[in-house]
Design a protein around this ligand. Structure first.
Ligand code: UD1
Length: 339
């Protein structure tokens, strides 16, 4: 089988590793680059066991132009890039903004500088619903105005979108770009062989929930219950990571088929909003685990409610999620038990 090569930056990370599996299963040849600062080599073992084959992986920093050039020279005929590699901790980005700007902008700039030289015309970029800030209307569509970022992390996503818009426009059809605005990815591969590997105390809700159920954390603190939402807790759109990974496969297919002259933007969520308390209840129901939790003060910078309108991805990419919130949470729990 002659597989089209796709460079996957951050391919050993949480979303990246699931996308590598889906790409390979769809007939592509993923080529991973990852510096393993926020991922572990065990993800490669999981990928190998799921696919029954090794996926090439280069341990390099994506912001290092010479190193990325070396990979592109060695692999020669890469046809597209999915760019996941980035730092993603909101709080850390406030404390260490320069680290975020250098890494998140630097890696994209390196890729964009090298793409023409190697005849690579297609890029899918990992953006985030964070670009909508606190939206005036729900659900958010791709036309919902973006808002100034509330953290350096969020700002890197916004600036990277701007860079891609400018470079794509100047490229006169030589660069084809899809921005995927992720909502909240959760869960793990059904095999239980790959999943999220948070280092230290998790920032994100679901790893904190599963670690609490596993007895690693004493209790979950729900960050506020007096928001203007039906039960007072924040609302998010939790999408199963394999569903999210599949969106990358359809995005790549669209770009390789000729894509679109302009940058295309797609929300990738389920279209459902669930509150933190609903997540806790769904977790208990799906797993039979009782969760120890308390209500704490709100977390600075949290958006009260956001969820996606996914009409555009459904109509234009044929994208549909298939995993329920409970099944997503059950998969996260299955994964936690392997750690
Ligand atoms: C944030 C970012 C998002 C980024 C993601 C990656 C914003 C607005 N969102 O998502 O862009 O991609 O992190 O890390 O910048 N919660 C608790 N207790 C906890 C942990 C979380 O109650 O211990 C609540 C939060 O208040 C929130 C929900 O759970 O309402 C989800 O939180 P989290 O998983 O951290 O994701 P976001 O903040 O939505």
């Amino acid at each position: 089988m002659n597989r089209t090569k796709i460079l996957v930056t951050g391919g050993a990370g949480y979303i990246g590793s699931h996308a590598v599996v889906e790409l390979y299963e769809a007939g592509y040849q993923p080529i991973i680059v990852d510096n393993f600062v926020n991922s572990q080599e065990s993800a490669l073992n999981g990928i190998r066991t799921i696919l029954g084959t090794d996926i090439p992986c280069y341990k390099i920093d994506c912001a290092n132009e010479a190193a990325v050039r070396g990979v592109l020279e060695q692999e020669k005929d890469i046809k597209g890039i999915i760019h996941f590699a980035a730092y993603k901790a909101v709080g850390e980005s406030v404390a260490e903004p320069l680290k975020y700007y250098q890494n998140n902008l630097g890696s994209l700039l390196v890729l964009l500088a090298l793409m023409p030289e190697f005849g690579i015309q297609s890029i899918v970029f990992s953006s985030s619903c964070t670009v909508y800030g606190v939206p005036d209307q729900l659900p958010v569509t791709e036309q919902t105005p973006t808002k100034p970022a509330t953290s350096p992390y969020g700002n890197t996503k916004k600036i990277c979108e701007d860079i891609l818009n400018d470079v794509t426009a100047a490229g006169k059809g030589q660069l084809r770009t899809i921005l995927l605005r992720y909502f909240n990815p959760i869960g793990a591969h059904a095999s239980g062989l790959i999943g999220e590997l948070p280092l230290g105390v998790p920032n994100n809700l679901i790893p904190f929930v599963t670690q609490t159920a596993a007895g690693i954390r004493e209790k979950l603190t729900i960050f506020g219950d007096t928001y203007d939402t039906p039960d007072g807790t924040n609302i998010r759109d939790y999408i199963h990571v394999v569903d999210l990974a599949k969106a990358h496969v359809v995005a790549v297919e669209r770009l390789l088929a000729g894509g679109h002259a302009d940058v295309e933007v797609f929300n990738v969520g389920t279209g459902r909003g669930n509150s933190v308390l609903e997540v806790v209840n769904a977790f208990e129901k799906a797993t039979g685990q009782k969760l120890n939790y308390v209500i704490g003060p709100p977390r600075a910078g949290d958006v009260p409610a956001i969820y996606a309108d996914v009409t555009k991805a459904t109509q234009e990419l044929g994208f549909q999620t298939t995993t329920s919130l409970e099944d997503s949470l059950a998969s996260a729990w299955k994964w936690q038990q392997t750690l």
